[in-house]
Design a protein around this ligand. Sequence first.
Ligand SMILES: C[S@@+](CC[C@H](N)C(=O)[O-])C[C@H]1O[C@@H](n2cnc3c(N)ncnc32)[C@H](O)[C@@H]1O
Length: 276
Amino acid sequence: MSDNQAVADHYHHGSLLQAITDALLTQGKSPADLRVADLAAVGEFHVGGQQATEHLLEQLALSAEHRLLDIGCGLGGSARAIASYYGSSVTGLDLTPEYVETGSTLNRWLGLQDKIELICADALNTPFQAASFDRATLLHVGMNIDDKQGLFSELARVLKPGALFGIYDILKTSSGDLVYPLPWASHGSISFLGSIESYTVALQASGFEVLSSNNRRRFAQDFFAQMAARAVAKKPGPALGLHTLMQEQSPEKVQNLVAAIADKRVAPVEILARRR
Ligand SMILES: C[S@@+](CC[C@H](N)C(=O)[O-])C[C@H]1O[C@@H](n2cnc3c(N)ncnc32)[C@H](O)[C@@H]1O
């Protein structure tokens, strides 16, 4: 069973807002003069960053009238992309208090506080009334949640009939063992990868129709190849990035994930579902 405190401890940084502010200053940027894209490198904690978010969002037929729930929103990078590019109102929910507090400050820096609300709660037990949302997203969160059917049932409760739900998670694609640390878990006790089959069964049992699934392995490999090419060319990496979140374990976590994707133990996969 998932241990919420252990998951929140895994993501807790301690001085994240200061680290982001320092990195921005290194890049010659100040909180008073930022665009959404300036924060995407740290605010989009998933394979492929903002590009991956945009690919998922394009499938959700979003509009300014929609109210969207982003489950496991982290620092709110996807929420900011949705609110600023589509005009939708976004509620982000996350277990890690420091991510919610820091993300809320980033929203204020960008003047998006009226469009986005981030709250600290468990995805399996949300404070929302039934049928509150028109859309939902889940990006790289299911890996920390054992009870997928509990997760999808709670989402089915808060979504309106016909609502679209976009998932982008790391799924297991063979029975090979994982090597830790990985970005979402430093050891196996908080890692619960599902397969496309188990997600499909849990979604259907929770009141969703699965519309499509898309294995994004090639995209992930291109993304990591570009990252490696920059390192070989000894080009200085950006001051702000996922290393800001993962700190000294960042290279090892990324390396273990790249190897697991390369030999097809795991893959980032999109699933598009509709609330019946
Ligand atoms: C890898 S991060 C992804 C964050 C964000 N979705 C993104 O793509 O930038 C995983 C996030 O899921 C959150 N999380 C894990 N289990 C959760 C749960 N049961 N309820 C709410 N959030 C959860 C963690 O706190 C963390 O912020």
